[in-house]
Design a protein. Structure first.
Length: 245
């Protein structure tokens, strides 16, 4: 695996303006004044990483946090035997690394590009300075970290209490933008393109690839889905939702 890629260095006001526009389009920075965005832009740099590149390894020092602009990044643990456990698959608009940045600790996971990606790295000092200046931005950061804690608890609940079948059905519903417990949502046929390989999704759902494939086969035999490569065809979304235990 490759080491972390080199950054695209901001070298002029035009580059800072470009980064400022990228920051302004991110949910975390939504609503900030242009002068506030400009302060963040001075402490940000744009990164381009190729599919398969390692952004950082577990144990690397954290000097700020990342904002994903395009592509997909996976966060994972690697055991001493080389086994991988995917803990998150990140999509554009999501940020990561804030928690270890605040704790002044090294990264506890590795980050690898699942596709070609564009990211911003925002230096921790500019974040600390802005938090000291703006209580509203502090609340945004805290809200984001709280939301991740909520998702982590939901993951633990799912792994502990829900069957592998329910985890896969719930994942497919989320990919389609559906809620697993809202019976008023639309039914009918849909096609869901899996964002990454089945092996990575299986790891994210705390399943072995063999178990994941076996459950997909059971759902096919039940007439709930049809599989064509990485595309999952669902003949009736309402019926799939009703199949949850």
């Amino acid at each position: 695996m490759q080491d972390a890629p080199a950054a695209t260095e901001p070298d002029c006001g035009t580059e800072r303006e470009h980064i400022g526009r990228l920051l302004a389009g991110a949910p975390l920075f939504n609503g900030l004044a242009p002068s506030e965005i400009a302060r963040f832009a001075r402490g940000a740099r744009q990164l381009a990483v190729a599919k398969g590149d390692i952004l950082f390894h577990r144990g690397d020092a954290c000097s700020g946090f990342h904002l994903l602009l395009s592509g997909q990044i996976k966060l994972a643990f690697i055991s001493a035997e080389g086994n991988e456990k995917v803990v998150e698959i990140l999509h554009p608009g999501q940020s990561f690394g804030e928690a270890v940045m605040f704790m002044d600790k090294p990264y506890v996971v590795m980050a690898q590009a699942l596709t070609d990606c564009s990211l911003l790295h925002i230096a921790k000092q500019v974040v600390f300075d802005e938090m000291a200046r703006d209580p509203a931005f502090c609340r945004k950061i805290i809200a984001g970290l709280s939301q991740r804690l909520h998702h982590l608890i939901a993951d633990v609940e799912s792994y502990s209490l829900r069957s592998g079948r329910d985890r896969i059905i719930g994942y497919l519903l989320r990919e389609e933008g559906q809620s697993s417990d809202d019976d008023t949502l639309t039914s009918g046929p849909v096609s869901i393109r899996l964002p990454t390989s089945k092996g990575i999704i299986a790891s994210r759902l705390n399943l072995t690839q063999e178990h994941f494939s076996r459950i997909l086969h059971e759902l096919i035999e039940s007439g709930l889905i049809q599989v064509q490569g990485r595309t999952i065809h669902v003949p009736d979304l309402g019926r799939l939702r009703a199949a949850l235990s």
